[in-house]
Design a protein. Structure first.
Length: 385
């Protein structure tokens, strides 16, 4: 198997925020980060598994990787196989299996930065943020020229509400890989969180310049244009997002948000359903689905019970520390008519210090609605009639 092809497949299997958009332009990396080569006896099976990962056929990838393990490869090759399979399990939301595979990959090859990368992702998704940072620190120590460890730390610091630190980590990732559109999208999220909307728009624009099919960048830039009253620009960006073909769960999620913003609730419902099917244990996916089911102006798409279930799961995955998820949970309770709980969780969200004043004002307005025993409806700025 061609070594460069293998390295690219490893990079493809190592996406941290694959759902946020573009294909990674990660530097070529050797197997396990240590320059080892694949054993010829498993090379063809690994190639099939890599193609399946690239095509997001995760069940097929797992089947091929399991077959490769049955061929009893050497320790370094087996470590790489376990790391790849961990990545596939992560994408399927089977985090316990992913953790087992990542740990086995590390046991077999303690110098495999890809294995630490996968374990760090699992730690982050299960709310073990300090352990995630420790693993991403190891990724950086083992491969300091790669953007991946910095990208991973940026995501964790975002979850911790330390947006300035997240921005610094994203900037380091961009310095190492300036052609990766996802990195600019990640940093733009943080700029949004601190209310620096001009820089957020600039980063979304940069991401679009690098990848004209980046649904997240179009959708989020459109959302910011709405906040500034630039409805024509916002409408154009939402239309571009809708025309894009989703590559993964987050692609469908952001296109669903674009449909929702334009008042096409059927399109939004269809894409949210596809998102949940592809990634049923991802906190961002769960939160977005909960918000749609709790706040859609069209009653035929609302379901307070289902919204409450998925919103609660999103909060559990993030240890009840994400203010936007608590905000969605409050909206779900309000939709069910339980305004006491809605007030409780909206207040809990407002008590988190990292909430920027711009977003705090909107959350306070929703709290006043719940005090008047009124649910929240997220009206489209573009829907006619």
């Amino acid at each position: 198997m061609n070594a460069n092809l293998l390295a690219r497949l490893i990079a493809l299997a190592s996406l941290i925020l694959s759902a946020i958009g573009a294909a990674a332009s990660e530097p070529t990396v050797p197997l396990g980060g240590q320059g080892n080569s694949i054993e010829p006896k498993v090379a063809s099976v690994m190639k099939q598994a890599g193609s399946a990962l690239n095509g997001k056929e995760y069940d097929l990838a797992i089947s091929r990787l399991t077959a490769a393990l049955r061929m009893k490869p050497n320790a370094n090759t087996a470590s790489a196989i376990y790391a790849w399979r961990a990545d596939a399990y992560i994408h399927k939301g089977e985090l316990s299996k992913a953790m087992d595979d990542a740990n086995e990959a590390i046991r077999l090859n303690p110098h495999s930065y890809d294995a630490y990368l996968q374990r760090g992702i699992v730690y982050r998704r299960t709310g073990n943020l300090d352990k995630a940072i420790s693993d991403f620190d190891t990724v950086i120590r083992l491969n300091p020229s790669s953007s991946l460890g910095y990208q991973g730390r940026a995501v964790v610091y975002n979850y911790k509400g330390d947006y300035q630190r997240s921005i610094r980590e994203s900037t380091e990732a961009i310095r190492r890989n300036p052609r990766d559109a996802r990195l600019y999208v990640n940093r733009a999220f943080d700029y949004e969180s601190i209310g620096n909307f001009d820089k957020a728009i600039a980063d979304y624009t940069k991401a679009i310049g690098l990848d004209t099919a980046d649904i997240a960048a179009y959708s989020r830039r459109a959302y910011l244009y709405v906040q500034f009253g630039n409805l024509n620009q916002a409408s154009a960006d939402y239309d571009r997002a809708i025309r894009c073909i989703p590559r993964d769960a987050y692609g469908y999620m952001f296109r669903a948000k674009a449909y929702f913003a334009k008042g096409n609730y059927n399109g939004a419902a269809s894409d949210f359903a596809k998102t949940a099917q592809l990634s049923s244990n991802d906190d961002k996916v769960l939160d977005s689905l909960a918000r749609f089911k709790a706040t859609c102006p069209d009653s035929s798409f609302r379901n307070g019970k289902e919204a409450l279930e998925v919103a609660t799961k999103a909060c559990e995955l993030t240890k009840w520390k994400d203010p936007s998820y608590l905000d969605s949970l409050a909206a779900a309770y309000a939709e069910t008519g339980d305004f006491d709980q809605a007030i409780k969780y909206q207040g809990q969200a407002l008590n988190i210090k990292s909430v920027h004043p711009f977003w705090r004002q909107e959350m306070q307005e929703r709290l006043e609605l719940y005090r008047r025993h009124q649910p929240y409806r997220e009206e489209s700025k573009f829907r006619k009639g």
